[in-house]
Design a protein around this ligand. Structure first.
Ligand SMILES: Cc1c2[nH]c(c1CCC(=O)O)Cc1[nH]c(c(CCC(=O)O)c1C)Cc1[nH]c(c(CCC(=O)O)c1C)Cc1[nH]c(c(C)c1CCC(=O)O)C2
Length: 342
């Protein structure tokens, strides 16, 4: 059926064979054409805020591989940046922010939030106009907990100890930070939907470092609040939640947050993924390192997912972002394997 966005059918609970396919971080450094465009932008954030260049890199993986979905090229850290926090990306180091202290949280200022993010909305509008009809356009934001971890530490850490300490030592300031982030992230997603995003995904990359009570309070609660606010304005917009590393807590994340689709990291057992699929669409979950390795490791990984989950509502994806050292030929091989599944 020409012009049909099959990923939206899957998010309504339908099984489609072969399943729709896209990759987290599909526009990025593993692509030579991305590295070329990247050289023309000043900083990484300049690239995110330049609609001409952001549209160009968003479309690169669609043109090369014909994925079923396109994800807006941006970063989760544009939200703190638009709230007035300093954010930089250092070559080979990842993000650097000015660490926020408790006393600064009350002063976080959303007055020019949407003005600052207007280039992102413009990118979404142009993408929807340029993409093939059958390509689903995904908007996104980071979950409040994950964004807060970078705001507090000022950089990536292996276990997010600075944010966990902050949450325990300054509970009121921390709750306020999560609330500011949830409200602004919801408003940001609503604007992306109004600009043309068909689906939005909430990346909770660091949900796996929390104990049970903190997971409920810092991940589930704020994501549920975002979903509530988005659905109040756009009741039919599908929302995908990706609580990376949530383990056992994947079991009730969808129900407690109200998300439509559930993004699975590669450690989620396929037997559990199959159970989760009985409640609605799942997305995932190939280990990105199988894609780097290629050959039998890749074929076995793809095959296991398709065999176990292929008869239910599945969006084929990686279990986390593609890594820069991935050979393009391995991506081509994966696309062929998924597309030949019947
Ligand atoms: C935690 C997080 C961030 N950003 C993001 C997350 C959540 C997903 C995840 O866990 O990976 C989300 C993100 N970042 C980027 C996208 C683009 C859309 C896509 O293709 O998926 C998305 C969805 C581009 C990017 N974001 C970044 C790059 C690389 C920077 C460059 O090209 O110079 C890209 C393409 C930089 C970034 N941005 C961030 C980090 C930690 C880094 C450095 C590590 C790295 O380089 O991979 C924060």
């Amino acid at each position: 059926m020409p012009g049909k966005r099959i990923m939206l059918d899957v998010l309504e609970g339908k099984a489609i064979s072969p399943p729709p396919l896209w990759m987290m971080r599909q526009a990025g450094r593993y692509l030579p054409e991305y590295r070329e465009t990247r050289k023309r932008a000043g900083s990484f954030l300049d690239l995110c805020y330049d609609p001409d260049l952001a549209v160009e890199v968003t479309l690169q993986p669609i043109e090369r591989f014909g994925f079923d979905a396109s994800i807006l090229f941006s970063d989760i850290l544009v939200v703190p940046n638009a709230l007035g926090r300093e954010v930089r990306f250092e070559e080979g180091q990842g993000p650097i922010l000015k660490p926020i202290v408790a006393a600064e949280i009350a002063a976080l200022n959303g007055e020019t939030f949407h003005v600052n993010l207007e280039p992102v909305y413009e990118t979404v509008r142009r993408l929807r106009a340029k993409l093939p009809d059958e390509t689903t356009l995904i908007g996104f934001c980071g979950a409040p907990w994950t964004v807060a971890t970078y705001m507090i530490a000022g950089h990536g850490t292996p276990d997010q100890a600075p944010a966990r300490f902050f949450a325990y030592r300054e509970p009121e300031a921390f709750a306020r930070l999560l609330k500011v982030l949830a409200d602004h992230s919801a408003a940001y997603l609503i604007r992306q939907i109004e600009a043309g995003a068909d689906v939005v995904q909430i990346f909770d990359s660091w949900s796996g470092v929390l104990d049970e009570a903190s997971f409920d309070a810092f991940c589930v609660g704020p994501v549920a609040e975002i979903v509530r606010q988005v659905k109040a304005v756009h009741p039919n917009a599908p929302v995908i939640g990706f609580p990376k590393g949530a383990g056992e807590r994947y079991r009730d994340y969808r129900e407690k947050t109200g998300i439509t689709g559930l993004g699975l990291d590669w450690t989620v057992p396929l037997s559990m993924a199959k159970e989760l699929q009985s409640e609605g669409a799942v997305q995932g979950n190939l280990d990105p390192l199988r894609l780097v390795a290629g050959g039998k490791a890749l074929a076995d990984g793809v095959d296991a997912i398709l065999r176990t989950l292929g008869a239910g509502p599945l969006i084929f994806n990686l279990g986390h972002g593609i890594t820069p050292e991935t050979p393009v030929a391995h991506v081509e091989a994966m696309v062929k394997m998924v597309r030949s599944h019947r």
